[in-house]
Ligand binder design. Sequence first.
Ligand code: DQQ
Length: 571
Amino acid sequence: MEFFGFLVLCLCYMLVFIRVEVAALRNHAALSEVSQPYRTAFHFQPSKNWMNDPNGPMYYKGVYHIFYQYNPYGALWGNISWGHAISYDLINWVNLDIALIPNEPYDINGCFSGSATIFPNGEPAILYTGADTNKHQVQNLAFPKNVSDPLLTEWVKSSLNPILSPPEGIDAMSYRDPSTAWMGQDGQWRVVIGSELDHHGLAILYKSKDFRHWIRTSSPLHSSNKTIMWECPDFYPVSTNGKNGLDTSAIQKNIKHVLKVSFKTHDYYILGKYDPKSDKYDVDIDFMDSRGSLQYDYGRFYASKSFYDGHKKRRVLWSWINEGDSESDDNKKGWSGLQSIPRSIWLSENGDQLVQWPVKELKKLRKRKVHYKNKELKGGSLFQISGITASQADVEITFSLSNLNEAEVLTSDVIDPQILCTQKNASVSGSQGPFGLLVLASKDLTEHTAVFFRVFRSANSFRVLMCSDQKRSSLRQEVNKTIYGAFLVLDPRHEKISLRTLIDHSIVESFGGDGLACITARVYPKLAIEEQAQLYVFNNGSQSLIISSLSAWSMKKAQIVSIGKRRKHIK
Ligand code: DQQ
């Protein structure tokens, strides 16, 4: 019987992949008619149209699922539906039919963001926000039509919808994005919904015995008068010893809980102790603390969502990376929005912050490699990395510094790293830095994006600044060129400074200090495209340094194909 089941599954997959090949050929033909220098090769994006937040990621019966906010009719936000794609490795994707379309009174103005929860019997459910006939935000429930289908191609909205409407005192336009639910010690489900009260961010907490009927608790899970409306809250445990991820409902010793919320174009998080009996959440350092705010990524990275991958025992994080060009550019391109490379996420050894790293499956796409060891890079010099595709690459580099006492002095402890990176951009020479990578550079260097470090002395310690400088990323005046920055919490006296950068045509996703700080940028070069793009290591400081190790790989294109008649259910 088991063998028979396996045979049927194999036949289904064969059918799917024959259709995939045909669809891929068609897509290829359509795209090659337009020049698309900014389409990516290994980041997830649908073949056309608008995409924003990742929704309901999960692992189900051997298959990874990602849903996403999608406009089936155009390259700008609107007609918001849930696109749906599946994968066996988080890197190569098959885009299926749309999973949820706005066609009921309780979601007619949009199927907004939401999350998946896996029940103890292994079956999934989706909670999502609907914008109803009055554009009021309500919460809805959907289940798979056929739980034995690992592809979960069809979803059925609950007849009980809407299962939650804005409570008294809460603005009906500020009540959205249910999190993945978790189970407390009493066996009841909990979920948080993003909201605001008196213009301050709030995670409204609900409890339920059956996942269908929910009661609001007397206090929110958390709120903050230093923030505005919270979108896309995510609440989950992380282990205090080791990198393994935990199920969202895990109750055990040696854990901390992360609360992530999205506001003002960034994803901020806090860490704390959650009591699954009283639902009290005692935070270590709150949002917008004077000592600094923790962000998943200090560049473009918004409305993220994580899930527990029980198969590989890790927590995986996804995020929407929006565009930095104009709406008319997006209409011309016919698409807008990318998903980040899925990242493994865990608590740092000191327990003060999270660490992120691209999922290890990404290495499957690495092909041609160049490698250098112990190479000196004198102050004011540049070194070209040739032999790989510089517009589609994965680069890992480690720097080792000496003469740290020569580092520039930082007088204030409380300084915004983004402002510091903007004042001291890549062209401002210093002592210990700026040093790092020049990516997507044109041959004459008029275009380049600089991802770099600068080390400062401050009292008796050192501070390592990481920047992504887009100032010269494009000759096009009109595109966004904001410079981003973050501090890396490491001691350069005892630790080397490392950088991994994923370069994918119009996205530069960087991980500093082995994932202690991440910065993602979107860039739109005019000259540095395809084979014209160059890659360099640079040192614009006065002090020499050693490149302890440098590996760079050309990246293969991921298989991202579409099947299904995406408009078939749309009225
Ligand atoms: N995007 C969704 C909302 C969410 C926002 C609408 C965040 O549910 O609050 O597309 O980007």
